[in-house]
Ligand binder design. Structure first.
Ligand code: SAH
Length: 444
């Protein structure tokens, strides 16, 4: 409570704290027009009462337990999560209605019974004994609000209230969390001394196709070791103090060797930096991420892996091609070339996805034709998938190599071979409508 000698000129509520009258309630309402006073509570080991045990209460109780509060729940019935928490001793559940005296010894109360009158009674009792109370059914009359909270990492908590409108607060909180995750807020902490490496899959190129975790790590990085492929646009958004080391294609077309890349990762981490190794697609799909992770571990550098959206699946999708499709293909294989192609299933209903396959396209198609894959099996080549200059070329197995050579198909490109190509809206008109096509198109 306030210091006894402090009397705010408008604080009628304070002056009447000890009169449990109707008049007092009105005074409380008036005082609620004053600006709220945000506080961050340390609840560890503190008793908190929750009256009501429905879904709203369950969310709050989970937060209170996270904060280490000693939670007592009062309700005749409870949702499963609360009953389970009681069963495992994480909280105390008194299976009965609210009674006067239940608030004794409580630092904070929360009432969410679904019954407005009962919530009001709990809140009034709490006021009477100077216990803060969040009243879920009446924000305006509530002595305390639960803000919408975002934990933005590195010990930062953002709490938002929006004039008692929880939806607006949650919307704003989400926007702040997104800005934090994407590096738009200056939340990078000072270097801590222990460096680390995160192998982050950046997806096929579109900045929207990196994971939320990947983006968050990127926003917190001191050093980014970047490839030629992947979401290059994200590099432009990084704080100017972030060092970007290009290992894909350095000026003068020098490609860093894997040994050089490994050495850079370890050296930067050992210098205390948070290093993000940003890779195209998924780090563990033809990305040598396994070697980089092993090298870091061997050198005592903490390393984590954040999976990414691999081009093997997502680049066909950019052309509307599902790698499997009911009634068309139940499986797919990914390969880089010749040797594997002489062993993988050569059937139009088993999708083949070739990465890094442009140079050997003629040889690869000859191998597949030689293995009996029908000449009219459709093939799609998607160059620069998910990038603004994406190009899709679709043709038959026996003519795709000549077509690709004529129009100058170039890396990076994903080649898809199999009947699933017919599912693409881009296939219409480019392949002769084989009799079996109609059968193979999606049903329903
Ligand atoms: N780890 C990556 C693959 C790296 S190998 C992943 O999971 O996607 C590099 C090959 O990936 C390229 O030769 C090309 O075949 C393919 N590739 C990557 N990004 C691509 C893109 N945006 N469009 C087309 N092909 C792409």
């Amino acid at each position: 409570m306030s210091h006894p000698e402090f009397h705010h000129p408008h604080d009628h509520a304070h002056q009447q704290t000890h009169q449990h009258t109707h008049q007092k309630e009105q005074a409380m309402t008036t005082s609620n027009e004053s600006p709220i006073h945000p506080l961050a509570l340390r609840l560890a080991g503190k008793d908190v009462l929750c009256v009501g045990a429905g879904t709203v209460a369950a969310r709050r109780i989970a937060q209170l337990l996270d904060a280490g509060a000693r939670v007592t729940v009062i309700a005749p019935q409870a949702v499963a999560s609360i009953a389970e928490a009681a069963g495992s001793g994480k909280l105390v559940w008194l299976r009965r209605g609210y009674e006067p005296g239940d608030l004794d010894g409580m630092w904070l109360a929360h009432t969410a019974t679904g019954n407005r009158a009962l919530d009001a009674r709990v809140a009034a009792d709490a006021d009477a004994q100077q216990t803060w109370c969040v009243n879920a059914s009446d924000h305006a009359a509530s002595s305390a609000w639960t803000p919408a909270v975002a934990r933005t990492g590195e010990g930062t908590t953002v709490a938002v209230t929006a004039g008692g409108d929880p939806r607006r607060a949650a919307g704003l909180r989400n926007a702040i969390a997104l800005a934090a995750d994407t590096g738009l807020l200056p939340l990078r902490r000072r270097r801590s001394g222990t460096g680390s490496v995160a192998l982050v899959g950046g997806g096929p190129g579109d900045p929207g196709l990196i994971t939320v975790t990947g983006r968050r790590l990127l926003a917190a990085a001191d050093v980014v070791v970047a490839d030629r492929l992947g979401p290059r646009d994200l590099l432009n958004e990084l704080d100017p103090s972030v060092r970007i080391i290009e290992v894909g294609k350095a000026p003068g077309d020098h490609l860093a060797t894997q040994d050089e890349i490994n050495a850079v990762l370890v050296a930067e981490a050992q210098a205390g930096n948070r290093v993000v190794r940003l890779k195209g697609g998924d780090p563990f799909v033809l990305g040598r991420g396994g070697e980089e992770a092993a090298y870091c571990r061997e050198h005592g550098v903490e390393v984590s892996v954040v999976p990414g959206v691999t081009s093997a699946i997502s680049v066909p999708a950019a052309a509307g091609i599902p790698v499997t499709h009911r009634g068309v293909a139940t499986g797919f294989s990914m390969a880089t070339g010749h040797e594997e192609l002489s062993e993988l299933p050569a059937r139009a209903d088993h999708t083949l996805v070739l990465l890094m396959g442009v140079a050997r396209l003629a040889r690869n198609t000859a191998t597949l034709l030689g293995r009996g894959l029908p000449a009219d099996t459709p093939v799609a080549i998607i160059e620069r998938g998910w990038c603004p200059d994406q190009r899709i070329t679709i043709d038959r197995l026996d003519s795709i190599a000549a077509t690709a050579a004529r129009i100058g198909v170039a890396n990076p490109a994903v080649i898809v071979i199999g009947d699933v190509v017919r599912v693409s809206p881009h296939a219409a008109g480019r392949l002769e409508p084989a009799a079996r096509t109609r059968q193979l198109l999606p049903v329903g």
